[in-house]
Design a protein around this ligand. Structure first.
Ligand code: LLP
Length: 431
């Protein structure tokens, strides 16, 4: 039988240290973290998180002043946000809840940019109270905002006609998308904003999420540069920043290649410099910053040989990590207490949710899984906890931060009682 190590051949998915068959994460044995905090549990390595932020910031900012707007929809844990605040990150927020969460984590309002879609008047009013920046998504939103105030700097999200992403569900920039100002309306909308008295500072587009190709970035930057010049020529507005959105993918599979950030940054900065007078860039990576900083630890509770299929039953299901079930996403899995041991057979890793679609991994070679083993699911930091749910009345799980061999709880697991906290039984039904 091949050693599990074989599956790491040329692997771009993060390769963790192995101490006598024990996976080491953040200077600790992953299995010890599971024992101490219980499972399922999301575990984040502070050093990886800081490293990711610094790498992407440096790649762009060393070439042109660049704001990294961390797309916090990927992970809104307050401790993780506090670390990114210390690093000097800005924020891309999509709801008043995200804005208030980032303020709570210590971000100053002027480092938070809100980009919503189908934004209500109530949300606009609440946003104005926070003092965050507003990136306007539609003509309706512009007119409704103008009724509340014109005394704030704004920017616009435009529909670039360029789509990217790992799944059709996360492609956002194609022609006819629900997001942004349609391309043929852009110049008129900037003119209208100027007439209304707004100070319009920037332009933004987002093509989609999780692709590993750099082409969509080149294409969207070309579109944005063209528009910056059209807007200036026709309205006299000189934009200060160009934000080309998020979507920097990470490798989830062994054979996938990382994006070369220096090459990407070089190309984009060169285009922007040559074609426009823009002085500041912004981008909104979510996945790139948090994805590989975090693993999900889940315990094997049941092993079943069902004839044509073998199953490793674990205590995390699509209530805990929905990406495989929802997008057919691939997450690498390893047994943390039999790390790099010889694999014996192929298994599906499945959870406790009563649906056949509840799986974490299909057809993975694993080393003799047994009840009590700790399964580590890689690349769980982006859209992992934030998309988890209480389906099947299962409480949300805990989150832990590890840093050079020390572990701290950064979210308590919910209790069963907390599942009922917002529910009311009308008196008449109690009789
Ligand atoms: N900016 C905007 C306007 C966005 O809509 C998004 C993601 C981002 C930035 C960040 O994209 P990233 O750098 O993380 O790829 N739940 C899906 C991903 C949905 C992304 C939605 N928008 C997943 O689990 O793959």
């Amino acid at each position: 039988m091949p050693a599990q190590q074989v599956h790491y051949g040329g692997m771009r998915v993060r390769d963790f240290e192995n101490d006598n068959g024990m996976m080491i994460f953040g200077g600790m044995r992953a299995a010890d973290i599971a024992d101490r905090f219980g499972t399922p549990v999301y575990v984040t390595d502070e050093q990886i998180l800081r490293g990711n932020y610094r790498r992407i910031h440096e790649a762009f900012n060393s070439r042109m002043p660049t704001e990294i707007h961390y797309a916090c929809k990927a992970n809104t844990n307050l401790a993780i946000l506090s670390i990114l605040n210390q690093e000097g990150s800005h924020i891309d927020a999509v709801s008043i809840g995200e804005v208030l969460t980032c303020l709570k984590a210590g971000f100053p309002a002027d480092r938070i940019m809100y980009t919503g879609v189908n934004v209500s008047d109530a949300e606009l009013k609440a946003l104005l109270e926070t003092g965050c920046r507003i990136n306007v998504d539609s003509e309706s939103e512009l007119e409704r905002l103008a009724k509340l105030t014109t005394d704030i700097p704004i920017s616009f999200r435009i529909t670039p006609g360029v789509a990217s992403g790992h799944s059709a569900k996360v492609m956002t920039g194609g022609k006819g998308a629900k997001f942004g100002i349609p391309y043929n309306r852009v110049v008129d909308v900037y003119a209208r904003a100027k007439d209304l008295g707004f100070d319009v500072k920037g332009i933004h587009a987002h093509t989609g999420s999780g692709g590993l190709s750099t082409e969509p970035f080149s294409e969207v930057v070309d579109v944005l540069c063209g528009l910056v010049n059209d807007i200036e020529a026709e309205t006299g507005i000189r934009l200060e920043f160009l934000d080309f959105g998020g979507g920097v993918g990470v490798p989830y599979k062994a054979q996938e290649e990382e994006i070369d950030l220096d090459e990407l940054a070089e190309e984009i900065v060169e285009t922007v410099r040559e074609e426009t007078s823009i002085k500041t860039l912004a981008l909104e990576p979510g996945r790139y910053i948090v994805c590989d900083s975090t693993i999900l630890l889940t315990r094997c509770v049941d092993v079943k040989d069902a004839g044509p299929k073998k199953y490793v039953g674990v205590d995390a299901g699509f209530n805990t990590l929905i990406r495989p079930a929802f997008y057919d996403s691939y997450h690498y899995v390893a047994i943390a207490n039999k790390f790099n041991r010889a694999c014996t057979a192929k298994y599906d890793v499945v959870g406790p949710i009563c649906e056949t679609g509840d799986y974490l991994a299909h057809d993975r070679a694993l080393p003799d899984p047994e009840e009590g083993d700790v399964v580590a699911v890689y690349n769980a930091g982006a859209y992992g906890f934030t998309m988890s749910s209480n389906y099947n009345s299962r409480p949300l799980c805990a989150e832990v931060l590890v840093n050079n061999g020390e572990a701290e709880l950064i979210r308590e697991a919910e209790s069963i009682e907390e599942l009922w906290r917002h529910q009311r039984i009308p008196e008449r039904l109690m009789r």
